[in-house]
Ligand binder design. Structure first.
Ligand code: THU
Length: 129
């Protein structure tokens, strides 16, 4: 399937507008493309009890999985507060869990330009049972 990287990044940007991040003031948006062509978006959602916070990437992935989509093709991540915003280690492991036959593409944005990398660049030797 052809991946529309720009569309995915646009969706991540749109999702970042819904970020609930009054504590860190660090907004993040994510968009995941699943193997059936569906796109799910997510934003970081913080909490007064800080450990309850969920990252944008996991928010989007859990939306997809909870609607029956378990194979990620690509993930776009955007923060208006950081150039080239990377996924945290926890989100990398969750992405890895839902990698299918095709290696996941991870899209970020640096100085206004898309940067496309592969899952193994972010998490070599990921854990799976
Ligand atoms: N955050 C994400 O949403 N995704 C990441 O991969 C890294 C961190 C959020 C969590 C928290 O709300 C804020 O960024 C600062 O850590």
């Amino acid at each position: 399937m052809d991946i529309d990287y720009k569309l995915l990044m646009d969706q991540a940007k749109e999702a970042s507008k819904y970020s609930y991040s009054p504590f860190s003031k660090f907004a993040v948006g994510a968009a995941v493309l699943m193997s059936n062509g569906n796109i799910y978006t997510g934003c970081n959602v913080e909490n007064s009890s800080f450990g309850m916070t969920i990252c944008a990437e996991r928010c989007a992935i859990f939306k997809a999985v909870s609607e029956g989509q378990k194979e990620i093709l690509a993930v776009a991540i955007y923060s208006p507060n950081a150039d080239d915003c990377y996924p945290c280690g926890a989100c990398r492991q969750v992405m890895y869990e839902f990698q299918g036959e095709n290696e996941i593409s991870i899209i970020t944005e640096s100085k206004g330009n898309p940067v496309i990398r592969k899952m193994k660049d972010f998490l070599p030797y990921g854990f799976r049972i």
